[in-house]
Ligand binder design. Structure first.
Ligand SMILES: Cc1cc2nc3c(=O)[nH]c(=O)nc-3n(C[C@H](O)[C@H](O)[C@H](O)COP(=O)(O)OP(=O)(O)OC[C@H]3O[C@@H](n4cnc5c(N)ncnc54)[C@H](O)[C@@H]3O)c2cc1C
Length: 474
């Protein structure tokens, strides 16, 4: 079998790998190659058209952006006209009613005893300033108090993460969870007003045609054809000799390697047995995605909703997206058909009965009044994502610090959603920029300055990051 040689090898053509490749192209570097195991680029941000003509993402993907650079590439991918713009409308279904998200600012919609329990907890929490929470469970109690925790945050977060909340850290939160202002909470209750569009990201864009995957298919086409090879699965990495081997025996020698494979798998297939024990302690959950295509028009009560959270036990899913609201072209006959996409988490603490789960999802959609028993389902689509969510476990940062640093010593850069395993910077914009920034890092040798997404997530997430200049010290 032939051995190929390349300066910079990139494994994976998801957002991270494509971000790296496009940055190299932008800088005029030509000695690189992307290897992708699947038949198409896109990774977890791919989309699928099912046999009935419904388009599905692998979980409801919305395009938020913290970066000017990312927005520039999004415009390049689909042009200004290839997008639909939406106002985020997210809801929680509980106690037989919809409550706008975020929960804590919309307590007026709760039954009165529960409303009072939530307020009592929030008041107590606001006075307990000093103690330092050790994990996510304590952080929730400390920040929101018992009422909000028991009613929504505890059950919902277990459903979504699939792990006891004591095992999850609090380092990842940043701007993801709205820390309550007591005055605003009380105003919501007294004035009986919904407060729906909280915080950053209250609008987003979505591809008019082809689902989220259309973005990555288009960006992959910007690369010269010979720079991206699909159906090429890496099966072993020799970090000492700097050689990767593919499933069909081909080998590639590299100077530097950017890998967007899950970090635990990368270590398993490498010669770094010294890191195996640590990498195996990284936690993750798997996700089942269920697409349900329906005949008819979107029901009135779902017409403007984007996605909904489900903390209760009357359904297996934690979230459902009205996917036809993102684009009518996600259905085969726009206006005459509509679609829902449900997500169910699976973990060692939260097993899923695969045989029964789709029926349970349908029953759950009926129980939560999203569909009626008489509704005509014309498509049922399922996909299992083995690595779905990188769990921000209590000891995650300590593990990553050692494993990523050790790999970097041998010019191996593990980046992206599961490459770097940092949930707080694992969306498409973050992943793309991790690849993009990693190239700058490799070419300049400057770790801190060049990789803000990986190294200072809270700073990156706190602002809209204007174009960074390339720092070239080499
Ligand atoms: C349920 C769900 C909902 C999400 N919602 C959103 C959202 O609303 N907004 C948002 O921005 N992001 C969302 N994301 C995150 C988004 O999917 C990721 O940010 C993005 O796909 C990560 O890019 P990546 O390149 O790091 O990893 P991936 O997309 O996982 O790409 C890695 C690539 O590496 C390839 N690969 C793996 N192993 C090998 C191998 N051995 N050899 C060769 N190639 C290999 C894979 O085939 C894949 O193409 C969501 C993700 C999930 C799972």
């Amino acid at each position: 079998m032939a051995t190929h040689k390349v300066d910079l090898l990139i494994v994976g053509a998801g957002p991270t790998g494509l971000g790296a490749a496009l940055r190299l192209l932008e800088l005029g570097e030509t000695n690189f190659l992307v290897l992708e195991a699947a038949q198409e680029p896109g990774g977890l941000a791919s989309s699928v058209k099912d046999p009935k003509g419904f388009t599905w993402d692998l979980g409801g993907h919305v395009q938020f952006s913290h970066y000017e650079v990312f927005d520039r590439y999004m415009d390049l991918a689909l042009g200004k006209d290839g997008w639909l713009r939406h106002v985020r409308e997210s809801w929680i279904w509980m106690r037989e009613r919809f409550i706008p998200y975020p929960f804590q600012y919309n307590l007026h919609r709760l039954p009165k005893e529960e409303k009072w329990a939530c307020v009592q907890g929030l008041l107590k929490a606001s006075r307990d300033g000093k103690w330092q929470p050790r994990n996510f469970k304590e952080w929730i109690l400390h920040t929101f108090g018992e009422g909000v925790a028991e009613a929504f945050l505890f059950p919902y977060n277990f459903k979504v993460w699939g792990y006891p909340l004591e095992r999850i850290g609090q380092q990842w939160m940043g701007d993801r969870v709205a820390v309550p202002h007591i005055e605003k909470v009380l105003a919501g209750i007294c004035l009986e007003q919904d407060q729906a569009s909280w915080g950053p990201n209250h609008t987003f864009r979505f591809p008019k045609h082809g689902g989220t995957g259309a973005v990555w298919r288009s960006l992959a086409k910007k690369l010269p054809e010979e720079k991206l090879k699909v159906s090429k699965r890496v099966v072993s990495v020799n970090t000492e000799k700097r050689v990767v081997e593919l499933d069909r025996g081909e080998t590639y020698e590299y100077e530097s390697l950017i890998s967007s494979m899950p970090l635990d798998r990368l270590i398993e297939m490498s010669d770094r047995t010294d890191l195996a024990q640590e990498a195996s302690r990284l936690l993750y959950s798997s996700i089942h995605i269920f697409g349900v295509g329906l005949e008819g028009k979107t029901p009135e009560h779902l017409r403007t909703k984007c996605w909904m959270y489900f903390p209760e036990n009357n359904c297996p899913f934690y979230r459902v997206t009205v996917f036809s609201n993102y684009s009518p072209f996600n259905t085969p006959r726009p206006g005459e058909t509509w679609s829902l996409m449900a997500e169910v988490a699976q973990s060692p603490y939260k097993p899923v009965n695969v045989e029964a789960i789709f029926d349970e999802v349908i029953e759950g959609l009926v129980a939560t009044k999203l569909i009626r028993p008489a509704d005509q389902i014309i498509s049922r689509w399922h996909r299992f994502l083995h690595h779905g969510y990188p769990t921000p476990s209590v000891d995650r940062d300590e593990i990553l610090e050692r494993v990523l640093r050790e790999l970097e010593k041998v010019n191996l850069f593990s980046r992206g959603r599961f490459g770097a395993w940092k949930y707080e910077v694992s969306n498409q914009d973050h992943s793309f920029m991790q690849g993009w920034e990693c190239v700058d890092r490799i070419l300049s040798g400057n770790r801190e300055a060049c990789e803000p997404t990986l190294n200072v997530p809270s700073k990156v997430n706190a602002e809209y990051n204007k174009r960074q200049e390339f720092i070239h010290h080499a």
